[in-house]
Design a protein around this ligand. Structure first.
Ligand SMILES: C[S@@+](CC[C@H](N)C(=O)[O-])C[C@H]1O[C@@H](n2cnc3c(N)ncnc32)[C@H](O)[C@@H]1O
Length: 203
């Protein structure tokens, strides 16, 4: 099974329908002012798995110099249209090679949950490397053990998810060197799952 292909092709098909659901009043927006408060105006921010850019990348782009990354070309096409101020690159977030200490902040909303979990430790470690000292990151992650799930009915297409339970996620982040500012379970606005949200800092 080519997990990345499922995700890429799935979001190529589902991008517009997903965006239509996302572009509403979302509770998750309420966390962005706090994340942003740690970053100076104009700072460099990565939005990893930015989707179609609304509403999160747009919010960030009004304050910061934002680079959005997504594995799906359709998502990148929508994001470029929706958020002309930001820069967008179609890329797998597990292959990022920005310089050390390049970003002041990294956001990953509902995207790491699609990365095969055996790649997630290295992904977090690479994010840590690319953050400046005291840089902040805000991720939504799995809260329960899920080696891999594949469903055929995600916006009428196939989709892949994977992740660890909350204790394992927190331990991985601490082992890498992140300081946990807070963590909390948040209801998915599109389904009945609780995600682990973490606001973390490079110490
Ligand atoms: C659920 S959507 C979330 C989009 C946006 N962050 C939001 O919260 O509205 C997940 C996004 O992550 C992207 N994604 C999944 N795996 C990825 C990977 N390995 N590298 C880059 N983007 C990825 C998908 O293409 C999709 O656009």
């Amino acid at each position: 099974m080519d997990k990345k292909k499922i995700v890429r092709e799935g979001y190529n098909k589902a991008a517009q329908a997903y965006l239509d659901k996302r572009h509403k009043d979302l509770e998750e927006m309420n966390f962005l002012p706090e994340f942003s408060s740690y970053i100076q105006k104009g700072g460099k921010v990565l939005d990893a798995g930015c989707g179609g850019g609304l509403p999160f990348t747009k919010y960030l782009s009004e304050r910061f110099d934002v680079i959005g990354i997504d594995i799906s070309e359709k998502q990148i096409e929508l994001a470029k249209k929706n958020v002309p101020k930001a820069q967008f690159i179609r890329k797998d977030m597990t292959n990022l090679d920005f310089p050390n200490a390049f970003f002041d902040g990294i956001l990953a909303y509902y995207s790491i949950i699609h990365v095969p979990r055996e790649e997630q430790f290295d992904l977090f470690a690479n994010f840590y490397r690319m953050l400046k000292a005291n840089g902040v990151a805000f991720f939504s992650l799995h809260s329960t053990d899920d080696p891999e799930s594949v469903f055929d009915d995600f916006f009428d297409t196939k989709m892949f998810w994977s992740g660890f339970d909350k204790e394992t996620n927190i331990k991985m982040l601490k082992d890498i060197g992140f300081k946990i500012l807070w963590s909390k379970l948040v209801n998915d606005s599109l389904g009945d799952y609780q995600h682990l949200f973490v606001l973390i800092r490079k110490s």
